[in-house]
Design a protein around this ligand. Structure first.
Ligand SMILES: [Zn+2]
Ligand SMILES: [Zn+2]
Ligand SMILES: [Zn+2]
Ligand SMILES: [Zn+2]
Ligand SMILES: [Zn+2]
Ligand SMILES: [Zn+2]
Ligand SMILES: [Zn+2]
Length: 1787
């Protein structure tokens, strides 16, 4: 047992005998001892030299259980500790004792003794931002906190932002962490003093304080260690037990029956749901409680779930264990422990003391030195506390672990000497820790072994550990021993799937990387010994890996099981950086390199040993023969894992630096020869080639995946790239002809090289498949030769710098296409610090093309002069990239007027060691192969020829020619004789003979290029004298003619295509336009309402008027529609099948003016109509919004479409995966444009189609406003005063009983009383044609469906269409829809009538539904009565009748009340006609009165400057009579004087009223179907004057001078309650919150945010509501709440209230937008933050600085204001490919 708890306990008791004498000096302690008394006793004993830890423990023995014991039936959710008591009883006495007097003062003095700190050391909480500097950081783990970063030089450098996972600390002030600028401004101050020794520092501390501190620290540490690590959970160490016999007080202090706790621990195998379910059963609690428990367990690592007597507690334990072991996926049950309450209390006490200690350590350096001495002090008998914790970390629960880890960070890591000492102890126990970690199941960040990153990354410490503590060997021995068990019979590693233990063990590889991350500048013998010792062990491991996961080609049957391959690649992935670093280290010391190289050669030899017996065979080509290894790749196992060969390749690149070479290494037993060395790698290459040739088809995906990763940018540096280097090493060591024959043999294409192959040998075997295979194998062989001879950009192979290597990669990426920064960065390999070094060269070779206006990404374009370096056979290209690159280069060359081929680029020279490689190109075998390929090209019967082979041969010849040109230009060189040698093989004549060969048509330009280059050399060499330029000219002529022909054909094709396109476009236009409809203006498109629009556009000589007697005639709107479902065309008017539009009704808070009332409103939407029946409450402004995409369908077609949808949905399994529409809410997508809908709106005929005869203006109908006003006064009076009995008395006044409706009765009565009965009598009853049309078309049904949806969705009312509130809901929805459309247009700076076709269609159909719906409900007497009541109710409210119950003026929205009145006034018309003349007259009067109300309201709201505020007023103060009245009213209402000019005053009033007038104008346009005035199509064309003219009203000033206005205003204001006015004018929609420019500000902000439900704990997914700015703890159990019976996450809940179900959030840490709709829909979207390359960084993966992009933020703003969030989500969900389902209700 490694824990010390038990042992120590016994030690204590054995020691206690020696304390007997001491005890006599203490008074008897008991519960009544006060803290002050205690401090006195401690002090006295200290002064007398008697004090020891026993004295403290005796005190804690009583006090700790007293404070921290949970009571009976308590649990984690209900425990509350008395924090004041904790401080007073537990902590204060310790501080008091240490200080001797006022602790605060003493601590302050102590910290002032300190030098200013030179090291920051701020410990990061999870999610806190950290900054690393890519220019100065020693490695990427070196980070700064915000404060330091902002005060450092690095903020001007290339920095990266990331988020801490918790546990690390700020490296500011650590010179080893930074190459330069190690100190921020703050910590630089500490630099000067930091040189001071620790003795001096300690000497400054008062000795008595030091002595007391020592005792307290030692006691606290030991106590906490003992209590927390003790496995004896039933008992305490003896000296802390209270209830020993004879102590009555103890008996009293604890309850009669001893309390026990059932403690449930966290593990990583059980899910949240399993724990919750188990708890519900075990302790019989509610879901909510169970969730809370589970949350605490997850956070703290454990939780008390029950406090009771032992039997009960134990029973709970048994139930939990039984429950959780039953779950099939988990072998182990959850860990549950029953412990006595007082034991638990001591554990809590110990944690508190440790926390206190950690805080105290921050006080001064001296404390930290004392602490580390005590914590790391070991005796012969026992380990130090640090050692103990390192040994038993995993036995602790999460919270206890963190307490210790943080204590160690604050106490041990802030000082270099302590850190080093700790690192040595850490290294000593590394094995133990890692073993524990592997057996444990918690995350690595919760293991103490994760502190390695703090220790091993410090260069001096890591070098010290390597040389003195043999750390490399310790780590590697541990890792190899973990691997050793997994070796197979051949001694190679072999892994099963899901190897979690080894997966955890691989953390060792990260530690190795940390240790090696900084190369030593100088070596000493110890360092060499340590490094080489480690390397020996590593070499063993590599030996086990060499050849692992070997595959054999499957013949006959397909592979039955896919073999495991991922694990080996995982291992490679983690090991690769270590290997790269090892090679780097070797490059700095000759001795080390020599030893390592020798070691590896030996190892390769050992591995080959078993293969030495491999048979050999004699091979012959072109008169060269060689004995080659006979290993048939297609029948024997081959592996992709060859780390030994690869590290050997890497080492070879270093040899020449120290004047070494392969031949210099003698005396190695089994020293492998070069042929043997390249053999394994060659096999892999051949296997890859065979896979390409389709020979390994039966081996399944496992092999395909391996090859993919082998060449992938993430793995290739230590795989594919090294293999090519190794083959180059081989090529430089082996005679060229031999080398080629070995390769041909391995590729198994020796037969192909024979002259008679096509004629004789091949004809024996007629197999097509074989021919194809051979063809491809030859291509692959040639390709490999291209790579071996052409890839010279690896430093060491070619004369290049690392920058040139990076440049070559970038050039080839940019030759494919121009790329954005992040994509380019991703395509480049990373070094061990995750850098691609792109910035260091990119500006030299490429231009950055800035993004165009926020939408597109900025891209890099290669500079022209670098295109010459393009090599089409670049070895990192995939096949697809190769063809794309070639295509785009040919295109570019065409534009630039260059030759249409991609000739090989000139190459850099090989280094001395690799020089021999170029001889391959002029070797006999190579030239023979060239010859063979050329011959087969002209042989039309050759079946193994391909154009690619020809292309590759020309490419190789090109390389050779460049090589010769280089040598020619040099004086006194050995020379290169390609042309000489090629002559012997007739290469030039062969090439010339192929000119015009149709088989190689695609490469004829390249052939010309090659011949030309060839001849240039001949000329230079003086072999030939004639110039060859004119041929080139002819060529271009030819190609020009060809070009012209091509162009002509292309033209014809284009014309034909255009014709087809035009046809298609006509058909598609609508559809495409509709998709963009939200963001475009109507002027560019024509919709189904196109005809209407164009008619409405007609500019008349007289400007149009919408309301009143002067009304312009309604426009003619008859038209035809095509059903999108059955394609039938039909006019809207007349009998026949009716049309509908898919329509979406949503509850909206866009126009909400007082968001604080949203919660209340949402909880009782039903009450909204009750409280404010006739208009929208102007304070809250929440109502249904209606929108439609305007795609017509027959009502019947739509119904069968919907039925089909529902039937299909029923067949789907439940619970359904989240879908883009919720059929339970009757949602569906428009069949044409996929627009989200939840109801339909009928498409009704226009006004004109109902008018039997155009009604001419009737003079008699001209009822003046005053007359009307008088009548209304009477009407409203009668409403209030006339009791039923009294009204009988008045019966004789008028004879109105002949009308069967009360409706007419009241108004008529009033009109008769004022003597204008005539206006009512003129209109004979017409036949009921409106109703008939509606019924014929089935539109009455559709109207009901539509209106019912408005009621249900808008107001949570689920009652049928007879519902009395139906018409109220409709009127509010109408008013709201017009109101917010008007607002949207304003915010988009569009003209009032600059509507999109969708808006046009929506408003027009909606208005017609409003016109017709009283008729649709015509037959229903009840509805007619309801409408009538509503009309009079609304009238009363607008009129503000005295003594009525109508809402007072500041609770009335004038526009929405006007809409109610206009819509309901239809009851006055006969059933046959939609609108009557009388109504037209009355309409204007209603508008005028509503406007008057708006003007009066604006007095209440408008803010005018007072005299004091106005220093100097511009215009005159003269007022017109109208203005005077206005001003008087204002001053009366507001009780203050107006000091500003009259023009300013009127301007302000108008500003308030303008939105109202705009709404009235917009409504009039659609409701009365009057053409819009042309000037209002443009933004700013809606002056008050033109608005008033269009509406038909006179100016404000004129209105206010009227007599009625005065009495009306008086009445309104008199009824007004005295309270503050809550109205806001002018009305504006809610905008999204302001976001900071710099993204890191947001991150800093959320770092401060803690979960509101988990006292002070950080939130994992802090999410900001962009509508109101609220910060939420998203996607976490802790903040789930119940919403409408479902438990939902914080965001879903917030969105329900804040946006009526719609939410726009910013997930700060993940840096993405989250949109939510309802409880089942949502999507993630890119954030409005961009890096300097114009790219977003979703998920914050790159960490480059991000800044707000206004344009893209406005996009979200627009989406919100246009009510398109839900639709946007549906589109996103519909198009998303992701298989991952998100439970949107849990976010
Ligand atoms: Zn810092
Ligand atoms: Zn700092
Ligand atoms: Zn820097
Ligand atoms: Zn149809
Ligand atoms: Zn549509
Ligand atoms: Zn909000
Ligand atoms: Zn939370």
């Amino acid at each position: 047992m490694r824990t010390l708890g038990g042992e120590q306990g016994t030690q204590e008791t054995s020691e206690s005998s020696s304390w007997d004498s001491v005890e006599q000096l203490t008074i008897n302690l008991d519960l009544s001892t006060t803290p002050d008394q205690m401090v006195e006793i401690w002090k006295k004993n200290f002064d007398n030299g008697y004090l020891n830890s026993r004295h403290f423990r005796d005190y804690w023995k009583f006090k700790v259980p007293n404070i921290f014991s949970p009571g009976m039936n308590c649990d984690c959710l209900h425990i509350v500790f008395d924090e004041d008591e904790v401080k007073r009883v537990l902590l204060d006495p310790l501080e008091m004792f240490i200080c001797g007097r006022d602790p605060k003062a003493v601590f302050k003095e102590l910290s002032e003794l300190d030098n200013p700190p030179a090291l920051c050391g701020k410990v990061f909480r999870m999610g806190e931002p950290t900054y690393s500097c890519r220019d100065c950081g020693t490695d990427p783990t070196c980070v700064l906190c915000v404060d330091c970063f902002k005060r450092s030089a690095h903020k001007q450098h290339r920095y990266r932002l990331s988020m801490s996972v918790g546990g690390g600390y700020c490296d500011c002030g650590d010179p080893e962490a930074w190459k330069t600028e190690a100190f921020c401004e703050n910590h630089a101050k500490g630099l000067a003093a930091s040189e001071e020794g620790r003795e001096k520092l300690m000497a400054r501390m008062p000795p008595d304080v030091m002595g007391r501190t020592k005792i307290v620290f030692a006691t606290v540490l030991k106590y906490a260690y003992q209590i927390l690590t003790s496995e004896l959970t039933m008992n305490l160490p003896q000296d802390l037990q209270v209830n020993f016999p004879g102590n009555e007080i103890a008996q009293l202090s604890l309850a009669e029956e001893e309390v026990y706790c059932t403690m449930l621990f966290n593990d990583e195998t059980h899910t949240f749901e399993q724990v919750i379910d188990t708890l519900k059963r075990a302790i019989d609690c509610a879901q909510k409680e169970a969730v809370d428990f589970a949350t605490i367990i997850d956070r703290e690592g454990r939780c008390i779930v029950k406090c009771s007597n032992f039997a009960t507690c134990n029973n709970v334990r048994l139930v939990i264990e039984r429950q959780t072991s039953r779950q099939p996926t988990n072998q182990r049950p959850l860990k549950v422990v029953v412990m006595p309450a007082h034991v638990m209390a001591h554990q809590v006490g110990a944690m508190r003391l440790l926390n206190w200690l950690q805080q105290l350590l921050g006080c001064c350096e001296a404390f930290r030195i004392l602490f580390s001495d005590i914590a790391m002090e070991a005796s012969s008998k026992e380990m130090s506390v640090v050692e103990g914790i390192l040994n038993c970390d995993t036995q602790l629960w999460k919270a206890a672990r963190s307490v210790w880890h943080h204590l160690f960070i604050s106490g041990l890591l802030m000082d270099f000497e302590n850190k080093k000492r700790f690192a040595k102890i850490f290294t000593k126990y590394y094995n133990v820790m890692m073993k524990d970690f592997i057996n444990d199941d918690h995350d690595h960040s919760y293991s103490i072994s994760s502190l390695s990153v703090q220790l091993f990354t410090v260069p001096t410490i890591s070098h010290h550990l390597i040389s003195i503590d043999d750390v490399l060997a310790i780590l590697l021995r541990f890792f190899t021993s973990e691997c050793e068990r997994r070796r197979n019979d051949e001694g190679k590693l072999s892994f099963e799937r899901n190897n979690s233990a080894l997966r955890r063990a691989m953390y060792v590889l990260y530690d190795l990387k940390y240790l090696l991350s900084s190369k030593p500048e100088t070596w000493n013998e110890e360092l060499r010994r340590g490094f080489l010792h480690g390397f020996d062990l590593l070499a063993n491991l590599l030996g086990w890996m060499q050849g692992m996961d070997a595959t054999k080609r499957q013949v006959g049957q397909h592979m039955e099981f896919e073999p495991e391959w991922e694990f080996a690649f995982n291992l490679h992935f983690k090991l690769a950086p270590v290997l790269s670093l090892i090679i780097d280290w070797c490059g700095t010391d000759k001795k080390v390199l020599t030893k390592v190289y020798r070691n590896i050669l030996k190892k390769i030899g050992e591995c080959l040993e078993s293969e030495m017996k491999t048979p050999t065979k004699l091979c012959e080509v072109a008169n060269h023969s060689v004995i080659s290894i006979d290993y048939d790749v297609s029948y024997r196992p081959v592996s992709i894992h060859l780390p030994l060969s690869r590290i050997f390749a890497g080492l070879n690149l270093l040899l020449s630096k120290f004047g070494l070479d392969y031949y210099g290494f003698e005396n190695i037993s089994n020293k492998p020869n070069p042929v043997q060395i390249i053999e394994p790698v060659l096999r892999t290459q051949v296997m890859v080639a065979q896979v390409q040739a389709g020979m390994w088809r039966r081996n399944g995906y496992s092999l395909i995946n391996q090859i993919y990763f082998y060449k992938n940018v993430k793995c290739r540096t230590e795989m594919f790239d090294r293999d090519i280097t190794l083959l180059q090493v081989g090529a430089s060591l082996i005679e060229p002809n031999e080398f080629l024959i070995h390769l041909l043999n391995k590729f198994d294409i020796l037969g192909w090289t024979m002259k008679n192959y096509e004629k004789n040998i091949f004809h024996i075997n007629e197999d097509e498949d074989t021919a194809r295979q051979i063809t491809i194998l030859v291509e692959e062989f040639l390709n490999l030769i291209i790579q071996i001879t052409g890839e010279r950009h690896t430093p060491g192979v070619g004369e290049v710098t690392p920058e040139e290597q990076t440049m070559k990669e970038i050039i080839h990426q940019l030759c494919i296409e121009a790329m954005p920064h992040s994509a380019l960065n991703k395509a480049l390999p990373e070094d061990t610090s995750h850098e691609t070094h792109i910035e260091s060269v990119i500006d030299k070779i490429a231009r950055f093309k800035k993004p165009i206006q926020g939408s597109a990404k900025g891209v890099y374009e290669l500079k022209d002069e670098y295109f010459d370096q393009f090599d089409v056979f670049f070895y990192h290209y995939t096949r697809e990239e190769m063809s794309r690159a070639e295509e785009s280069q040919i295109k570019r060359r065409k534009v630039a007027g260059l030759e249409l081929c991609c000739p090989p680029p000139p190459l850099p020279p090989f280094t001395q060691a690799f020089m021999p490689i170029s001889n391959i190109l002029q070797s006999d075998v190579m030239l023979y192969i060239f010859q063979t390929v050329f011959e087969r090209t002209s042989n039309l019967r050759a079946r193994t020829f391909s154009e690619t082979q020809f292309h590759m041969v020309l490419h190789l010849i090109g390389y050779a020619l460049w090589e010769e040109i280089r040598f020619l230009s040099r004086e006194n060189s050995i020379g290169y004789h390609f042309t000489d040698r090629a002559d012997k093989f007739d290469i030039l004549p062969l090439m010339e003979s192929l000119r015009g060969n149709s088989r190689i048509d695609n490469h004829k330009v390249l052939l010309d290029w090659t011949i030309r280059k060839y001849k240039e050399i001949l000329v230079k060499r003086g072999t030939v004298s004639e110039p060859v330029s004119e041929k080139m000219f002819v060529d271009t002529e030819e190609s020009k003619a060809e070009e012209n022909e091509k162009k002509r054909r292309a033209k014809i094709a284009a014309a034909r295509k255009a014709a087809i396109m035009a046809q298609m476009a006509t058909a598609q236009k609508n559809f495409i336009m509709e998709h963009k409809a939200e963001f475009e203006t109507s002027s560019e498109m024509k919709s189904a309402y196109g005809s209407l629009e164009s008619v409405m556009d007609v500019t008349e000589d007289v400007s149009p008027v919408a309301y009143g007697p002067g009304q312009t005639a309604a426009i003619d709107t008859s038209k035809k529609l095509v059903c999108i479902l059955c394609q039938e065309e039909q006019p809207v008017t007349g009998p026949g099948k009716g049309f509908v539009y898919g329509t979406f009704v949503q509850r909206s808070t866009v126009m909400c003016q007082n968001t604080t009332k949203l919660t209340e409103t949402m909880d009782s939407m039903g009450k909204v109509l009750e409280n404010s029946p006739f208009c929208i409450n102007p304070d809250v402004l929440v109502a249904p919004f209606v929108s439609s995409c305007g795609h017509p369908m027959h009502a019947s077609c739509w119904q069968s479409y919907l039925e089909g949808l529902i039937a299909r949905e029923r067949r789907r399994p439940r619970p359904r995966p989240s879908s883009s529409y919720d059929i339970d809410k009757s949602e569906f997508l428009c069949p044409l444009c996929q627009c989200l809908s939840n109801t339909v709106m009928p498409v009704l005929p226009g006004l004109n189609s109902f008018a039997t005869k155009k009604t001419t203006v009737d003079e008699k109908a001209d009822l003046s406003f005053e007359e009307w006003y008088e009548a209304i006064t009477l009407v409203t009076k009668s409403l209030v005063w006339v009791e039923p009995e009294k009204s009988k008395e008045n019966d004789d006044l008028v004879d109105i009983r002949k009308f069967d409706r009360d409706t007419i009765c009241r108004l008529r009565k009033a009109l008769i009383m004022i003597g204008r009965a005539d206006v009512l009598c003129e209109y004979p009853k017409l036949s009921g044609d409106v109703s008939r049309v509606l019924v014929n078309q089935g539109a009455d049904e559709m109207i009901k469906i539509f209106f019912q949806c408005v009621l249900t969705v808008g107001f949570d009312e689920t009652i049928n269409s007879d519902h009395p509130r139906l018409s109220m809901a409709i009127c509010q929805a109408a008013a709201y829809t017009f109101l917010s459309t008007q607002n949207y247009l304003e915010s988009e700076q569009k003209g009032l009538f600059e509507l999109s076709s969708r808006q046009q269609d929506t408003l027009s159909s909606f208005a017609r539904c409003l016109l017709c719906f009283p008729h649709a409900l015509n037959e229903d007497e009840l509805q007619a009565k309801i409408l009538e009541d509503q009309f009079y109710g609304a009238l009363e409210t607008l009129f503000q009748a005295e003594k009525s119950k109508a809402s007072p003026i500041d609770a009335v929205d004038p526009f929405s009340i006007l809409v109610t009145l206009l819509v309901c006034s239809s009851v006055f018309s006969d059933s046959g006609r939609v609108r009557q003349r009388i109504l037209t007259v009355m309409d204007l009067h209603l508008v005028r009165l509503a406007f008057a109300m708006q003007v009066i309201q604006s007095f209440l709201v408008v803010e005018l400057p007072t005299a004091d505020e106005l220093m100097e007023e511009e215009g005159a103060k003269a007022y017109t009579p109208g203005q005077t009245i206005l001003l008087e009213l204002y001053e009366k209402v507001r009780g203050k004087e107006c000091a500003c000019s009259s023009s300013r005053f009127i301007e302000e009033i108008e500003k308030c009223c303008k939105p109202f007038l705009r709404c009235v104008a917009l409504f009039g346009h659609f409701f009365c179907e009057v053409a819009a005035p042309p000037e209002m199509k443009d933004y700013g064309g809606d002056s008050i004057q033109s608005l008033l003219r269009y509406i038909g009203l006179e100016s404000i000033e004129e209105i206010v001078q009227k007599e009625w206005f005065f009495s009306y205003a008086q009445r309104c204001l008199a009824r007004r309650p005295t309270s503050e006015c809550t109205l806001k004018y002018p009305l504006r929609g809610r905008t999204l919150i302001e976001l900071p420019h710099d993204y890191s500000e947001l991150i800093n902000e959320v770092a401060q945010f803690t979960c509101p439900n988990s006292d002070g704990d950080e939130s994992r997914t802090p999410t900001r509501c962009l509508l109101c700015g609220a910060m939420l703890c998203s996607q976490s159990y802790c903040c789930q709440v119940e919403l409408q019976g479902v438990s939902v996450g914080a965001c879903t809940n917030h969105a329900h209230y804040c946006g009526a179900g719609v939410g726009i959030f910013l997930r700060v840490r993940e840096c993405k937008i989250m949109l939510l709709a309802g409880q089942s829909k949502g999507c993630y979207m890119p954030p409005p933050y961009l890096d300097k390359y114009g790219e977003t960084d979703q998920g914050l993966r790159r960490g480059d600085p991000l800044h707000l992009c206004k344009a893209s933020y406005n996009k979200w703003q627009r989406l919100w204001l246009s009510h398109s969030v839900q639709e946007h989500i549906s589109h996103a969900m519909e198009t998303s490919q992701s298989l991952l389902q998100t439970d949107w209700h849990h976010v």
